[in-house]
Design a protein around this ligand. Structure first.
Ligand SMILES: Cc1cc2nc3c(=O)[nH]c(=O)nc-3n(C[C@H](O)[C@H](O)[C@H](O)COP(=O)(O)OP(=O)(O)OC[C@H]3O[C@@H](n4cnc5c(N)ncnc54)[C@H](O)[C@@H]3O)c2cc1C
Length: 387
């Protein structure tokens, strides 16, 4: 055994492949638990060429996707606070999050069930009240609002930096600008990682490669696809109407339009983004980050209709990608047929807010063999043909 507690011949207990959102949080959780870990990131920390970037991510406690997420969201909220304290950087801003939609739609039913089952602080806004309170939104027929008082915004770039830097402070090693080319169980309770022209031997490897996850194994390529997401920022006519406190973060799912947005958080503009309706990215290595004219047209039309208080030509845009699964729930757990290799990906456009909770869960799976919160829904076996 070496001075740092490692068995001879091992470079670390755990290799984290991809130090973006989930990888940085897993590295942090492992380092807090005293596990020797090493992270590999193909770009720089907090870069905007994948699923990080764009200044803010929604945090919602009343969850469109399923009420099952609430315990994870509570854990994540607690850990955001802990990371803020450790780093001295404000990562979370409470803005409230307003869900707008048809009350009988699945997302709105899930929001209601999340609130009822967990006694979440909220306000129900019927259509006349919603129009009066938040005239910044133009409503379609049958739309109502549910204001999640615990909702807010997380700052993605600072979050990744804070988690990775804290991990390094606690002893984790980090290689940026280093591509991992291969991860191979060697049959002796070890995994070989080839990165940057070198070989590393570890006991566990966590694949947290986001939109690149699909390329790691036949079977994964159909389980996780990379999709394109466009963010845009709009100049309001009256900035005071869109300030934090006057205008909550929002998410609306109506007649095929999935629009979400933020109050002014950069001092200038209101952010709005769409769901994953701009298609797949065939090869994440050749991702084109220019916004296309037809994408601009869709954004302009939606914003002109739904947010009449902003000028509909965006003053800024940015294009990103995320890894999506077919059921839009992540893959978290062992990779079947590959002992020592773990999956932490496929967060399908809604993973950021949850990332510290999933980083901790990955550390628990590796260290204790079981997570402290139920994660059956995320079992990779449900989507992977067994290897
Ligand atoms: C535009 C946009 C808006 C979003 N809005 C929200 C929101 O409001 N709220 C919310 O909760 N979620 C939101 N999401 C989703 C959330 O951001 C993602 O689900 C989450 O960030 C995914 O994290 P990840 O770690 O899987 O991927 P990433 O953060 O992309 O990390 C993957 C990392 O792996 C690295 N990598 C890949 N291959 C290799 C390799 N071979 N070697 C070394 N490194 C490698 C990449 O460079 C990258 O840094 C949004 C996503 C996007 C794109």
């Amino acid at each position: 055994m070496t001075a740092d507690g490692l068995d001879a011949g091992l470079d670390a207990e755990v290799a984290v492949v991809g130090v973006g959102t989930m990888g940085s949080m897993a590295l942090w959780a492992l380092a807090e638990a005293g596990v020797p870990a090493i992270g590999f990131e193909r770009f720089g920390l907090g870069h905007d060429r994948s699923a990080v970037g764009g200044e803010t991510r929604l945090f919602r406690m009343a969850y469109h996707e399923s009420p099952e997420y609430v315990p994870l969201l509570r854990q994540a909220r607690r850990l955001w606070g802990e990371l803020e304290r450790r780093s001295g950087i404000q990562l979370f801003t409470r803005t409230g999050c307003l869900s707008i939609g048809d009350p009988d739609s699945e997302p709105m039913r899930n929001v209601r069930e999340s609130i009822e089952a967990n006694d979440l602080p909220h306000e129900y806004l019927d259509a006349p009240t919603l129009r009066r309170r938040y005239p910044q939104h133009r409503l379609r027929p049958d739309e109502v609002g549910l204001l999640d008082l615990e909702g807010g915004a997380v700052r993605p770039e600072f979050a990744v930096l804070a988690a990775a830097e804290r991990a390094v402070e606690l002893g984790a090693r980090l290689h940026t600008d280093t591509v991992v080319d291969e991860v191979l169980p060697t049959g002796d309770d070890r995994v070989l990682v080839r990165a940057g022209g070198r070989e590393y031997r570890v006991r566990h490897a966590v694949l947290a490669t986001g939109p690149w996850l699909g390329r790691w194994l036949p079977g994964l390529d159909t389980a996780v696809t990379a999709r394109r997401l466009v963010l845009s920022w709009f100049a309001p006519h009256r900035p005071e109407e869109f300030a934090v406190g006057a205008f909550p973060s929002f998410i609306r799912d109506t007649d095929g339009t999935h629009l979400f947005g933020m109050p002014i958080m950069d001092g200038v503009s209101v952010k709005a983004g769409f769901g994953d309706q701009f298609g797949d990215v065939d090869d994440p290595d050749r991702f084109v980050r220019d916004v296309r004219p037809e994408e601009l047209g869709v954004l302009r039309d939606a914003v002109a209709e739904l947010l009449p208080g902003v000028r509909p030509d965006p003053i800024r845009v940015s294009v990103h990608m995320d890894g999506y699964t077919s059921d839009r729930h992540a893959l978290v757990g062992p990779l079947p047929g590959q002992p020592g290799v773990w999956l932490l990906g496929g967060f399908s456009g809604h993973g950021f807010k949850l990332s510290p909770a999933f980083g901790k869960i990955m550390a628990e799976l590796i260290i204790e063999g079981r997570p402290s919160l139920p994660i059956d829904r995320f079992d990779p076996k449900r989507l992977l043909v067994s290897g």
